[in-house]
Design a binder for this molecule. Structure first.
Ligand code: ADP
Length: 519
């Protein structure tokens, strides 16, 4: 890895990869904590709802007490009639027993209740709980009527103690309520209003799992864990849950969703980092290839220039008298000039391709003719380097729709390469043939061959194989095959390469037949 690439990699790791990983680890750690915080928040909200139901029950009884107070002008026998009116309004009321400060019973509603053994229990309660009564009196003296539930043993009935002032006398009231009726008849409308179909609110007898009342009016299969006691009903609890989902599930779902979002963000950021790295790597490699290109091309240009200069100087000095030698020198100068202009042309071609400026003028073209004409230019190079050149033209070859100059360029590039990269067996075969879909031109040599790894890249601009000793020594620009590929792409053609290192290579250019029909 080059040092600039290493620097960029470290930078990407430092500013993207590490922060992403640290943030994710931190966030995942936080989720556990958040889960608990969110659960607590939800629980507090639900508890606040239960609180409001308790508050409401308390208000009902306080209100009732005030109405008792206001509607009974004196403690007399008609108290019973007034009270009975309230009892009719609220069927969950069982009885009201009133005592004075000396625990003397003043009245009992309904009257039938006076013979109940419960009355004796109440008297006993008052005798034993004078402290509680004193507390109620202190509150009353401060303008607040406290409603005190009594832990009584009688089933399905709850005693509630509160004080009233009736005609200047302080009265101790023990109200007996049927809790289950109170909850399912008096509280029910309020609970319905609060639940609004969003919550499941239920009431339980202490120690029982199944509710005797639910706001939803149907027994839920879920067990409600969040329970609070009723302030007024000592043997009863109420519970609340979200309707369709438990808080635990809700928070789990949130955490899951957050984890997925977090994971996706990580994937996006890390993929981004990877794409940046890949691009930078490509750019760094490209700039390395460009550097090599400049030095290769300079060398390629300098060699023919040096030869041309040398032969011209020799001729100019007039030292060579032999006519044949003079002719040979001129030929060398001409060939080197051709080579030079070939290199310059290739660079110009390439720069046109890069700037998308290269234009192709398509016409019906005979591939055999192209090969024959190009061979004339290549002949000198082939002969001087001792190559055997075999051309097997295809018979009845259909014309191709092509730019003659461009196809000649492509063919010359392939033969040039075959010459450059065949150090031992100097034999090049060229053949043309066609089938139903394509017209093919093959250039085959028995040279160095190309490894499978390099076959993937040799059509990339500036790419050169530098591994073998000879390939390293042979000078080139790394542009030839990139130009051939561009030409073939522009002709909707294909390039096929079959090569075995050490045995040689075969490049096949295939032109689609269908284009001819469009002529
Ligand atoms: P250049 O020949 O200027 O280096 P090219 O684009 O023409 O650039 O070729 C790219 C590379 O492909 C060459 O550097 C060479 O290693 C390899 N190559 C091309 N043609 C042949 C061939 N016929 N035999 C072996 N190697 C070849």
């Amino acid at each position: 890895m080059s040092s600039s690439l290493r620097k960029v990699s470290l930078l990407i790791i430092a500013i993207i990869v590490l922060p992403v990983l640290i943030f994710s680890v931190f966030e995942i750690g936080n989720y556990r904590q958040n889960e608990k915080v969110i659960q607590d928040i939800y629980k507090n909200q639900l508890d606040a709802i239960l609180f409001s139901i308790n508050q409401y029950s308390d208000d009902i009884i306080s209100n009732l007490a005030s109405r008792f107070e206001n509607n009974t002008s004196n403690i007399s026998s008609d108290t019973g009639n007034v009270m009975q009116k309230f009892f009719n309004e609220m069927p969950s009321l069982i009885s009201l027993v009133q005592f004075d400060n000396n625990q003397k019973r003043l009245s009992t509603v309904p009257y039938s209740f006076s013979h109940n053994s419960v009355i004796n229990e109440m008297s006993a309660y008052l005798a034993n709980n004078s402290k509680t009564i004193r507390q109620l009196q202190t509150f009353m003296a401060n303008g607040y009527r406290k409603i005190e539930p009594v832990n009584n043993t009688v089933k399905n009935s709850q005693w509630i103690v509160f004080l009233t002032h009736q005609k200047g006398i302080e009265v101790i009231n023990i109200l007996v309520i049927d809790p289950e009726k109170f909850i399912s008849q008096v509280l029910d409308p309020k609970i319905q209003e609060i639940a609004k179909g969003k919550f499941d609110i239920a009431a339980y007898r202490s120690g029982e799992d199944l509710p005797f009342y639910t706001a939803m009016k149907k027994t839920s299969s879920r067990k409600i864990n969040d329970r609070e006691p009723f302030w007024l009903f000592t043997n009863y609890m109420m519970g609340i849950e979200l309707k369709d989902i438990t808080i635990a599930d809700l928070t789990k779902e949130r955490v899951k969703r957050n984890l997925i979002i977090n994971g996706l963000m990580d994937i996006i950021l890390l993929s981004g980092a990877w794409i940046i790295f890949r691009n930078v790597k490509k750019q760094v490699e490209l700039s390395q290839l460009k550097n090599d290109f400049v030095s290769n091309v300079s060398h390629e240009i300098r060699t023919p220039l040096a030869l041309i200069t040398m032969y011209i100087e020799t001729l100019e000095m007039g030292r060579v008298k032999n006519e044949e030698k003079i002719k040979e020198y001129y030929t060398i100068i001409l060939n080197e000039t051709t080579r030079l202009s070939g290199i310059v042309n290739r660079i110009l071609n390439f720069s046109q391709i890069e700037g998308n400026k290269r234009k192709y003028f398509l016409s019906a073209t005979d591939l055999n003719e192209i090969v024959e004409n190009a061979a004339l230019t290549l002949r000198y190079s082939l002969e001087t380097k001792g190559f055997t050149y075999i051309f097997e033209p295809g018979k009845n070859l259909p014309s191709i729709l092509a730019d003659r100059e461009a196809i000649t360029d492509a063919f010359v590039n392939l033969v040039d390469n075959a010459i450059k990269y065949s150090p031992m067996i100097k034999e090049i075969s060229v053949r043309t043939y066609s089938n139903a879909e394509y017209i093919h031109l093959e250039v085959e040599d028995h040279g160095l061959g190309i490894s499978e790894k390099d076959q993937k890249y040799i059509f990339d601009k500036f790419y050169r194989v530098t591994e073998t000793n000879l390939a390293n020594k042979v000078k080139g620009s790394g542009l030839g095959l990139a130009i051939v590929k561009h030409i073939m792409d522009s002709h909707e053609g294909k390039i096929y390469l079959k090569s075995t290192p050490g045995s040689g290579s075969m490049f096949r250019l295939s032109f689609p037949v269908k284009q001819i029909n469009q002529l």
